[in-house]
Write a protein that binds this ligand. Sequence first.
Ligand SMILES: Cc1cc2nc3c(=O)[nH]c(=O)nc-3n(C[C@H](O)[C@H](O)[C@H](O)COP(=O)(O)OP(=O)(O)OC[C@H]3O[C@@H](n4cnc5c(N)ncnc54)[C@H](O)[C@@H]3O)c2cc1C
Ligand code: SF4
Length: 569
Amino acid sequence: MADRLKETDVVIVGLGAAGGVAVLPLAQAGLEVVGLEAGTWLTRKDFAPDELRNNFRGWPQAVQKANQEIPTSRATASSPMLPRGTIHPMQNGVGGTTLHYWAQSWRLNPWDFKVVSETKRRYGASRLPKGTTVEDWPFGYDELEPYYDKVEYEVGVSGQAGNLDGRIDARGNVFEAPRKRPYPMPPLRWTDYIEKMAATAASLGWHPFAGPAAVNSRSYQNRSGCMYHGFCNRGGCHVDAKNSTMVTTIPRAQATGRLKVVTRAHATRIEVDANGHASGVTYLADGVEYFQPAKVVLLASYTYENVRLMLLSKSKAFPNGLANNRGQVGRHYSSHHQGAPVTALFPFDLNSWYGLPAQGVAVDDWADDNFDHAGLDFIGGGNLWVYSDRRPIAAAGMNTFGLAPAWGSAWKAFVRQNADRTNTAYIQKSTLPYEDNYLDLDPVVKDPLGDPVIRITADYQDNERRIARFAQDKMAAWYKAAGAIEVRKGDVDGAMGIGAHAYGGTRMGDNVRTNVADRWGFSHEVPNLGIMGASLMGTSGSRNPTLTVQALAWRTAQHLADSWKERAG
Ligand SMILES: Cc1cc2nc3c(=O)[nH]c(=O)nc-3n(C[C@H](O)[C@H](O)[C@H](O)COP(=O)(O)OP(=O)(O)OC[C@H]3O[C@@H](n4cnc5c(N)ncnc54)[C@H](O)[C@@H]3O)c2cc1C
Ligand code: SF4
């Protein structure tokens, strides 16, 4: 029998990117909030610049919950299971994955909110890929703009505006939608190599710009500017220059006196009352079971765990899982096609032994619908990203471009000469949801508590593969124009598998038959259950998700505060 605790206004599961932001507007509005976080507080000492520990051993966090519930995956319902990884990409700790993420902080394009209507308008309905379940979002970019702005200032994002209230500035992204204010900080500085790549892109007639990052380019909110020492690709920042929610919104919410952070709290079920309303959360902490009653429950435990907790929380009112009487929980899933890289070899050193992955040059000319697709066989596109980040172990695994054997003294000599002469671009491609791509509970594999882990059934479809090939061609042309002597394109056909940018599963939309959440992020079936994270998002854009996740979380929290009586019953 669980220990019943004192009722609170709001209980929120997970204090990562989404939950860690939402607690601030809630606490500021005067609501009592309990944050249940599976991980612990981490400190600067946990953020050592150690490639072996951070990138290969997946950290020595005190709590390894995520690593014990790594989803299983297969390409289709009739395909064999893929080999299961040993490290979950996501983090357990106060601040969640914002502790070790790359911190690229993008807004979506207006097109990403209106893929269906804009595709029909510009190219005709037949251009929507076969089998896609994509819908327009229930609102457009303008609705989210004030929340993007809020989060950029509260968390701290560095960057160069390209469209300030309609005034285009060629130093920034000329394709971006209008923003009301500039970024609160200038962009991270460039290296000589990044300057060279930017100049080359401009010479091709493209529009290069410094990408936005939730990393301080100068002292901000009494925290240090970035020192550019690197090694924080999958590691935390030991001078607090990376703006995780652990150092920004969470402590500010705590300072109101209305946020109680409960660490090592592993939520296992969302409970409902006789009316089918959420009544609170059952969790385990150090082997003891507790029940935290609340007027409103918010789920912010990342896409896979949001879906898993809902599917595990069965009751008389919801025999197929919480808020799942229409069978939509787990549907409309996609994850970014993060494979299909392009790697180049240059005849000169790039000096990439310092710097961080959010420090770089972007080209958006081939992203989303920024270019005419009339003569093409896909919709969407890719953002090309060239960045500075190199570490010894990864460098030793460099591509030898067929110029040296893969072992022995000739290989060593090649790596010694070329380790700082190679660069791999990151290409962020838009990915759509499809009927055949979904999440459910694995019928066989369980976590240590005996609960099934998530099973991913998903594969990239023709549209995504065509985007990948198209974007790779553009990237290869960019590298060659910059003087690369060898260029290699990676495989575009790799399986989708587990993703750090996982979308859908609790999609947001006005149609109750095809969406789990309403336009505010609250469940259609359980009006006092709010959901946060990219699980709400029905399109990805050619963008990393977190700033959008955080803007949505702030908006959901603000809506809750504004409509408290209605939502809390
Ligand atoms: C290496 C890496 C680099 C990335 N780089 C970028 C980038 O540059 N830009 C970008 O936009 N995105 C990036 N991402 C993605 C980004 O991390 C996610 O979009 C973001 O963290 C998702 O926010 P979230 O709140 O949904 O999940 P998280 O931030 O992971 O937070 C979820 C929290 O819930 C807790 N939790 C989980 N289950 C439970 C439970 N049952 N009970 C209690 N607590 C629970 C977890 O411990 C965690 O603290 C990156 C991800 C990785 C792994
Ligand atoms: S490079 Fe910047 S963000 Fe990374 S650890 Fe150093 S100061 Fe922190």
